[in-house]
Write a protein that binds this ligand. Structure first.
Ligand SMILES: C=C1C[C@]23C[C@@]1(O)CC[C@H]2[C@@]12CC[C@H](O)[C@@](C)(C(=O)O1)[C@H]2[C@@H]3C(=O)O
Ligand SMILES: O=C(O)CCC(=O)C(=O)O
Ligand SMILES: [Fe+2]
Length: 341
């Protein structure tokens, strides 16, 4: 007899509130803001990636029209009857998902839609969720993904310039490669309100703590807060919502490329008792065969490589075999007697 192993679904995780910290403005104020119109923004950007692995971008150049169309798509999609949304599911790993996150038993207080970012995949998912007007969905997602990929590439080029890296596209080249479209991911998350939380001193986890495996994640949300980031000293800080700006996470792959100079930020989302949170994230990935390893030009004399090199295909396989909260980079730490690439 063949016994199939079915991952056990964890109960919804709750965490003790850190209200004092989340509400202290001196903490939320420390999140770096990168103004792309500021001539010194390159320097601020490098410091933000080193210290936080996270920052907010203003004067980003993404048009209001592109943002409002994707907002419309998300609102329309999440308000569909469950049976319609489920026509795009289950997320395996792409498609519509509800409560379950990934293949290994993680759960959260959310529903979501995940898609690869190449036009073919976007068109396919559009057809499965919008029988009457797939084009509206398809055009809005393609336009949004192109705009945020462009923003991610601009930021990565600024970083390379500021750090004196040659070629200038050493980071952005990963996302500019057409083959990276199939690996990069577009995600829309909806965290419904949870009224039971109002009388509770606990928080309900919307999306459990993790780091993003990719290079850069470009995130925006509606005006409901919930996102928190973990600082170097382990303190969690609430990120104020700002629907007019983008937030960027440094992902594991960029931490490796910089030999740990940039921090892949751990983050999580807590549910709100009264308001829905809708967020959308573009995860910029290398292509499947691209090699990710510490850039030689960033190593100071005698500096050891902290990470072994890997192909994105190898890292992705390890990521999907892991639980959400696992530290996936631990698997790729270099031995003490230094791995050479
Ligand atoms: C539990 C999991 C969900 C995830 C794949 C994984 O096995 C571990 C990484 C998770 C994550 C976090 C960032 C992104 O939201 C995501 C799409 C990704 O690339 O890695 C998710 C994966 C997922 O939800 O499928
Ligand atoms: O919804 C958010 O604000 C963050 C979601 C997130 O971290 C993710 O989708 O990987
Ligand atoms: Fe994330």
């Amino acid at each position: 007899m063949v016994v199939l192993s079915i991952p056990v679904l964890d109960p919804l995780p709750i965490i003790k509130t850190h209200k004092a910290i989340s509400k202290t403005s001196s903490y939320t104020d420390i999140i770096p803001v990168i103004d792309l119109l500021d001539p010194r923004c390159g320097n601020h950007l490098v410091r933000a990636c080193e210290e936080f692995g996270f920052f907010k971008v203003v004067n980003h150049g993404v048009s209001f029209d592109i943002i409002s169309r994707i907002e419309g798509v998300a609102a329309k999609f999440f308000s569909l009857p469950l049976s319609d949304k489920e026509r795009a599911g289950p997320a395996n790993p792409y498609g519509y998902g509800n409560r379950r996150i990934g293949p290994n038993g993680d759960v959260g207080w959310l529903e979501y839609l995940l898609s690869q970012t190449d036009p073919g995949s976007i068109s396919q998912i559009s057809k499965s969720i919008s029988r009457d007007n797939p084009n509206f969905f398809c055009v809005a997602v393609n336009d949004y993904v192109s705009a945020v990929r462009k923003l991610a590439c601009e930021l990565l080029d600024l970083l390379a310039k500021e750090m004196g890296i040659e070629p200038r596209n050493a980071f952005s080249g990963f996302l500019r490669d057409e083959k990276s479209e199939k690996e990069s991911v577009f995600r829309m998350n909806h965290y419904p309100p949870c009224p039971e939380l109002q009388s509770s001193s606990y928080n309900l986890i919307g999306f459990g703590e993790h780091s993003d495996p990719q290079i850069f994640s470009v995130l925006r949300s509606n005006s409901t807060s919930g996102l928190q980031i973990c600082l170097k000293d382990g303190i969690w800080v609430a990120v104020p919502s700002d629907p007019h700006s983008f937030y960027i996470n440094v992902g594991d792959s960029l931490e490796v490329l910089t030999n740990g100079k940039f921090r892949s930020v751990r983050h999580r989302v807590v549910a709100n008792s009264q308001k829905s949170r809708v967020s959308m994230v573009y995860f910029g990935s290398p292509s499947l065969s691209a090699r990710v390893a510490p850039l030689a030009c960033l190593l100071k004399e005698g500096e050891k490589r902290k990470y072994k090199g890997f192909t994105w295909s190898e890292y992705k396989k390890a990521a999907y075999a892991s639980r959400l909260a696992d530290n996936r980079l631990d698997l790729f730490k270099a031995d003490n007697n230094e791995e050479r690439e």
